[in-house]
Structure formats: structure tokens, C-alpha cells
Design a protein. Structure first.
Length: 226
């Protein structure tokens, strides 16, 4: 007996928990909740209009992402970011992103090139509109195209686990005027190199971007720790 055919779900439904997680993640990344701020259940329930169960599940999820930590006697607070933590994140990004860019360039197709251009165009629109949440999602989509084009899906899972902390660092460095070039220009250079099929230039473009942001993050976090 043949199996019934089901139509493909192009866009998975967004659950209430997903919506709450996204909203709280954005609030932390965008600085509405500051490092060290307590996350008290009752006010969060009232503000979001959801149950304590949903808030508790969200806090546990954000703890797994490294955005929240649970302190004995204080409960959940927004995690603080140290330069030691940031340095390790940038080192992991450098290994994974340069490798993915190199492979994506080597495997480039017309379809992937078109999707990268579309993702970059959306990233630039979000950057111009200065909406941090939208910019971070657009940036994640741009990198997803690179990792997918490389076939590095396990590496992408690792990046996803770090994405909340990566986004916190991104909003910190975005506000700096000491960049060697704006973020969208770095992304354009990465995109151009990959689409050209030049694997070495693609890896170098990613490395130059990370050199820029790492130096800024080190300086800003050192100032915070003083």
C-alpha cells in the first residue's frame, strides 16, 4: 500500500514559545536588559502576556545559548561577557567561517550566487533601517547560505549555539566608529569573493572582517572590565 503524499511545509509554524524566545533574545542582544540584570518571572509574564511555564522554558533555553546564567540566591540574570569569552568565540568563528567560505567558493553555483546576493541585499536593507533584531537575523541568513553552500551543516549547528553571544558582540562592534570599513562592506567583499569562485580570497575576506571586529571587541570589553 502506497504512502499518502503530503505537501511540503515551506515555512514551519511559529509557536508561542518561539515568539517569546525571540523577543527576550532580542531584548538582551539589543541591550534593553543589561548584563547582570535580574530576569524576574512575574514582571516578564505580565509584560509578555504568557504563563510562568513559558517564561521558565525561555530562560532555560537562553541559558543554553549563554545569554542567561542562574546565580544561587539571585536566580536568572543576563550573562556578562568577558574578553576571555569573546576571544574564544572569535577563534571558533575564524576556524569555521573561513573554512565554510573557502568551500562555498569552491562549490559555487548560479543558484547559490543568486541566493547569496539576495541575502546580502536583505542584510544591507536591515543595516540601513538600523533594526538590530532584523539585522542579526539577516546576517544569520547570509552566513547560513555560506555554510549550506559549503555542506558544513554540523559546523553551522555549532555557530547556531553561539549565535546569541555572537549577536551581542555584533551590536557592540556595530556602534564603533573605529572600524576599518563598515560591516556591510565586509559582507560585500565576502560575497564577491565567494561568487567569483576564489576560495583563497573568500577565506581572506572573512579573516579581514574578523580581524576588524575582534580588535574593536577587545578594546571595548577591556574598558568595561576596568
Amino acid at each position: 500500500m502506497s504512502q499518502p503524499k503530503l505537501s511540503r511545509i515551506e515555512q514551519p509554524p511559529v509557536t508561542l514559545r518561539d515568539m517569546v524566545q525571540e523577543r527576550m533574545r532580542d531584548a538582551i542582544i539589543e541591550g534593553h536588559f543589561k548584563p547582570g540584570d535580574r530576569l524576574v518571572e512575574r514582571p516578564l509574564c505580565d509584560q509578555l502576556g504568557v504563563s510562568r511555564t513559558v517564561v521558565r522554558e525561555t530562560i532555560r533555553y537562553l541559558e543554553a545559548e549563554g545569554l542567561v546564567e542562574i546565580l544561587p540566591g539571585r536566580g536568572p540574570i543576563v550573562s556578562r561577557m568577558s574578553w576571555s569569552d569573546a576571544r574564544q568565540i572569535y577563534e571558533i568563528r575564524r576556524m569555521l567561517e573561513t573554512a565554510a567560505a573557502r568551500k562555498c567558493a569552491s562549490n559555487i553555483t548560479d543558484d547559490r550566487a543568486a541566493r547569496l546576493r539576495d541575502a546580502l541585499a536583505r542584510l544591507k536593507r536591515e543595516s540601513a533601517e538600523k533594526t538590530p533584531g532584523g539585522l542579526f537575523r539577516a546576517t544569520a541568513d547570509f552566513y547560513w547560505e555560506i555554510f549550506d553552500g559549503a555542506g558544513d551543516h554540523i559546523a553551522w549547528e555549532i555557530v547556531q549555539r553561539l549565535n546569541g553571544r555572537i549577536s551581542r558582540l555584533r551590536i557592540m562592534t556595530l556602534s564603533s566608529t573605529e572600524r576599518s570599513r563598515p560591516g556591510p562592506e565586509h559582507m560585500q567583499a565576502i560575497c564577491d569573493a565567494i561568487i567569483s569562485g576564489d576560495a583563497t580570497r573568500a577565506a581572506e575576506a572573512v579573516a579581514h572582517h574578523l580581524d576588524d571586529t575582534t580588535a574593536i571587541a577587545e578594546r571595548l570589553l577591556a574598558e568595561q572590565e576596568q
